[in-house]
Design a protein around this ligand. Structure first.
Ligand code: HEM
Ligand code: SF4
Ligand code: SF4
Length: 530
């Protein structure tokens, strides 16, 4: 059942992402940059918040009046800042919820990826708490409703000596100090949020916290337009002598409030606590994901640091040599961080299939999916190939399944991530004539399940990143196409047209030449446009 829901959500995301890819391209696809957009919204909220704070007066009447002043009298600056503050906060919630659903749907929260998910849970509540304290500060009718409803809800817990809801029963009971305390909370909670976000990112290396410039500008322009055409306004001053008849709710922050009228306080606490607990323990619910971590073989490690550089999950560190070999460093894997993507093995200079004198044991490798096994599978699959254009496809477990590429003359092999493929394997296939062409595929461009597999692969093939694909390897016999499982048909077409191109006569002398090391004129474009 859960798997069915998750599978459906995953397909839904992949379809929408495909559509957004066509509209904006991968660099500006908002779904690929949700975390970065979250940070972008945070900084807009912080900057506009500083301006709003300068004009804001704490006090039971001053608070409302000062906000009215900036909204009406100074609409062109104070009003815009207030609206930016409101809409960017809403954007943060929207982004956060979609980000959470997407990480769940794409299954990037189980096994050793639990940490980022788990620390996302307090992030969620801190964002919501920041917003609620903000609405409260306006001290309009909505704030009055929130003040009473929230404090009555908290009073149900036996933590306060005296009920705090009492402060809002009559004007004489509310003093200005309460606003000072609220202002402090409205600044302190977002700062704690920033600290927890920093913790959130501790297990992802090179985290994307800045959206591409175009995406950032587009997002800002959208917020600004909204602020000018539909400015944020208050809902009339609070009056503790009367209970507000009707208030408009901000559904991004306050969607749970109507439940307070339906359920008892205790039931709502039980619901909130249970839901939070279920979300927090999702990484440990079945089906569990346990995969053996990468292992270092010191005899083959020269301490070159490439595995540390390429690991997307901060799971490899370099430490001083312990075995007496004449190198300064050695690699060490933190097994509780490793997600077994194999990208480190793809980066290691000793991961070469040409080794025959000694066993193929790289400096770092996955114990249950070693590169020696890959070479054996490759040789076996290639031996069964026949025809004029024999193609070996290297793919990954998260893209199109190899069984979907069962085409005549094609052998498809799957790795935990395409970044686990050392470029020397491509050289090996072509120089040993195991096939006429090598086709590389993996997750959709701009979005790799293991974060960097596709990016590092492109860089290695283009000789921008170690380990380079050797210059002698004929580039016209390599094809690439990045595809999600929902792009199966396009991938099959790309492989077929690549295979057809292998039999074509070589380009005429004097024709266009591709510089050595430049990325392939990928069959991706051919398939997308043809
Ligand atoms: C304002 C709120 C949040 C912000 C700004 C944020 C930001 C980020 C960023 C920047 C990344 C790294 C993306 C990358 O470089 O690949 C990330 C990853 C992630 N976040 Fe969040 N996040 C937020 C809330 C949440 C919440 C509420 C959850 C779930 C409870 C969550 C779960 C995750 C997961 C599972 C990953 C992926 C880790 C992986 O790939 O192993 N985040 N987040
Ligand atoms: S397999 Fe290697 S690259 Fe992947 S997480 Fe583990 S140590 Fe890092
Ligand atoms: S890439 Fe290989 S040789 Fe280099 S430090 Fe890592 S394990 Fe050692």
């Amino acid at each position: 059942m859960t798997l069915g829901i998750k599978g459906g959500m995953r397909t839904g995301f992949l379809w929408i992402e495909d559509w957004l890819d066509r509209a904006f391209g991968p660099a500006w696809n908002p779904l690929y940059h949700l975390g970065a957009l979250g940070f972008f919204y945070y900084w807009i909220v912080a900057a506009s918040g500083i301006y709003v704070y300068i004009l804001f007066d704490t006090g039971t009447t001053e608070a409302y009046d000062s906000i009215e002043y900036m909204t009406v009298e100074q609409w062109y600056l104070g009003g815009v800042m207030r609206s930016l503050h409101r809409y960017a906060s809403d954007g943060m919630v929207l982004m956060m919820v979609v980000h959470m659903l997407r990480e769940f749907a794409l299954d990037r929260y189980r096994g050793n990826r639990w940490f980022t998910w788990f620390t996302g849970v307090p992030v969620f509540w801190l964002v919501i708490a920041s917003g609620i304290t903000g609405y409260w500060l306006v001290w309009d009718k909505l704030a009055q409703y929130l003040a009473l409803a929230t404090t009555e809800w908290f009073d149900w817990l036996p933590i306060f000596g005296q009920p705090i809801a009492r402060n809002f029963l009559a004007p004489s009971l509310l003093d200005d100090r309460f606003f000072t305390l609220l202002t402090f909370m409205h600044i302190a909670v977002p700062l704690i949020l920033l600290l927890v976000l920093w913790i959130h990112l501790q297990r992802v290396s090179r985290s994307r916290i800045h959206p591409a410039r175009g995406l950032a500008l587009g997002t800002f322009a959208m917020l600004l337009a909204l602020s000018l055409f539909k400015p944020a306004v208050s809902q009339g001053p609070a009056d503790l002598a009367r209970i507000p008849a009707e208030v408009g709710l901000d559904w991004f922050y306050l969607a749970g409030y109507p439940l307070m009228d339906i359920w008892s306080k205790g039931a709502l606490w039980a619901f909130t606590a249970t839901l939070t607990l279920i979300v927090a323990v999702l990484p440990w619910l079945p089906p569990l994901r346990r995969v053996p971590a990468a292992v270092v073989d010191l005899k083959n490690c020269n301490g070159c640091t490439r595995c540390t550089e390429d690991c997307p999950f901060n799971a490899v560190s370099m430490q001083p040599r312990t075995d007496g070999l004449p190198f300064e460093w050695e690699a060490a894997v933190n097994a509780s961080h490793c997600v077994a993507c194999g990208i480190c093995a793809g980066a290691c200079p000793t991961s070469t299939p040409f080794r025959r004198a000694s066993d193929l044991v790289p400096g770092i490798d996955l114990p249950d999916r070693s590169l020696r096994q890959l070479r054996d599978q490759l040789e076996q699959a290639a031996a069964a190939l026949s025809g004029k254009a024999r193609v070996v496809v290297f793919g990954c477990d998260h893209g199109v399944a190899p069984r979907d590429l069962a085409l005549p003359g094609v052998a498809a092999l799957s790795l935990p991530c395409i970044g686990a493929l050392p470029p020397s394997f491509i050289d090996y296939v072509l120089s040993r004539d195991l096939a006429d062409g090598v086709f590389i595929t993996g997750c959709r461009k701009g979005e790799c399940y293991q974060r960097f597999g596709q990016r590092w692969t492109e860089d290695r093939l283009a000789r921008r990143r170690d380990p380079y694909l050797r210059a002698r390897v004929p580039r016209e016999r390599i094809g690439t196409f990045w595809a999600a499982p929902t792009n199966r048909r396009r991938l099959v077409q790309a492989v077929e047209s690549f295979a057809a191109g292998l039999g074509a006569p070589p380009p005429a002398p004097g024709g266009p030449e591709r510089p050595v090391g430049a990325p392939e004129a990928s069959t991706e474009e051919a398939a997308a446009h043809g």
